[in-house]
Design a protein around this ligand. Structure first.
Ligand SMILES: [Zn+2]
Length: 343
């Protein structure tokens, strides 16, 4: 640590739980944020300010005006430019802390790319909005022995739980299977921005404890509790996470079906009348696509994505070939629109 770093992080170093050794560990650490929406954008800012040296941010979506009330890192210019969240986050982190090495990846986290995207991380923070990806992260983190911090928020309520492979219960010890049926989401049930920051803060606190050298279980170290908070009706509850289940398929029997799963169907996004298409593997030439689509309707493009309006639908095509079709929840229709306009 040089003199400028010692000054910059002085108040954090003074805190006995971190200290100079803890700060040096943070500067050497690599945190990955899976999903950079409400929770993830808060994680990114907090970790960058705390001096976590390398931050990888993976997100498949772009910033929209409807995100701004709760997605702490983004502003109106990000929404106006329809910036991919991962790229916008990197831009903001560079202004917050230019020493942080931030890598933004505009992609859907899948079994085939998770090793490349998250494999080098010392910790993974859950900023996702769906159980499919959380079970994938759990399989990956347990198989690789990487701690991860589960977090979720909707309405005024949220919860968080750290998973330390080999030491604490994993997601499937607690919830053996993803919940059945439609779950309330931020799009269907709404969400308060302060539950997001409360849950994300607890996740970052656990991440800082683990990265600064307190990953052991116990009183002065990490506690594997499930914390639930309701910021509207009041109430913070902590319950001890159950002990590890020796028969847990993931951390007991070491079966990783979510990691081995191949060929996933198109995913309907988070109850907001939109479908994501990710069947096509391989990059798309956005400039050529723009030239092809401009005679057919309004096209807006930046270096990361292209948006095409075909009333009443709106299709955003990313450079990796993925697309988000808004205005329908019919996966068949979304696929046919993709085939018609993208190929
Ligand atoms: Zn388990």
């Amino acid at each position: 640590m040089d003199a400028a770093e010692r000054e910059r992080y002085s108040r954090q170093i003074l805190f006995p739980g971190i200290g100079e050794r803890g700060q040096e560990a943070l500067l050497r650490s690599h945190a990955a944020i899976a999903g950079c929406g409400a929770l993830g954008s808060f994680h990114a800012a907090a970790l960058a300010r705390a001096g976590v040296g390398t931050i990888t941010i993976v997100d498949r979506d772009y910033v929209e005006p409807g995100n701004l009330h709760r997605q702490w890192l983004f502003d109106e210019s990000d929404a106006a430019e329809a910036m991919p969240k991962a790229a916008a986050a990197v831009r903001h982190i560079a202004r917050i802390n230019s020493k942080v090495l931030a890598r933004g990846v505009v992609a859907d986290l899948t079994p085939s790319n998770i090793e490349e995207l998250l494999g080098a991380a010392n910790i993974i923070l859950d900023g996702t909005d769906n159980f499919e990806t959380r079970y994938l992260i759990n399989d990956f983190a347990v198989s690789r022995g990487i701690p991860w911090i589960y977090g979720a928020a909707v309405g005024s309520y949220g919860l968080t739980m750290p998973v330390i492979p080999g030491k604490s219960a994993c997601l499937r010890c607690v919830y053996p299977d993803p919940p059945a049926g439609a779950q309330p989401t931020c799009e269907t049930a709404g969400v308060l921005n302060v539950i997001v920051s409360a849950v994300a803060s607890l996740q970052v606190a656990d991440a800082l404890r683990i990265l600064s050298g307190h990953a052991e279980l116990g009183r002065s170290h990490i506690t594997t509790r499930i914390t639930t908070i309701d910021v509207w009706n009041g109430g913070i509850r902590q319950i001890d996470a159950p002990a590890r289940d020796p028969d847990c398929p993931t951390c007991g029997r070491r079966e990783f079906p979510y990691l081995e799963e191949a060929g996933r169907p198109p995913v309907t996004l988070c109850g907001r009348n939109a479908v994501q298409i990710h069947e096509r593997a391989g990059p798309v030439d956005l400039a050529a696509l723009r030239a092809r689509l401009e005679p057919l309707g309004e096209v807006r493009a930046n270096e990361f994505a292209l948006r095409f309006f075909v009333t009443p639908y709106e299709m955003t095509v990313f450079a990796d070939g993925r697309a988000i079709v808004k205005g329908t929840s019919d996966t068949g229709l979304a696929r046919s629109l993709y085939a018609r306009y993208v190929g």
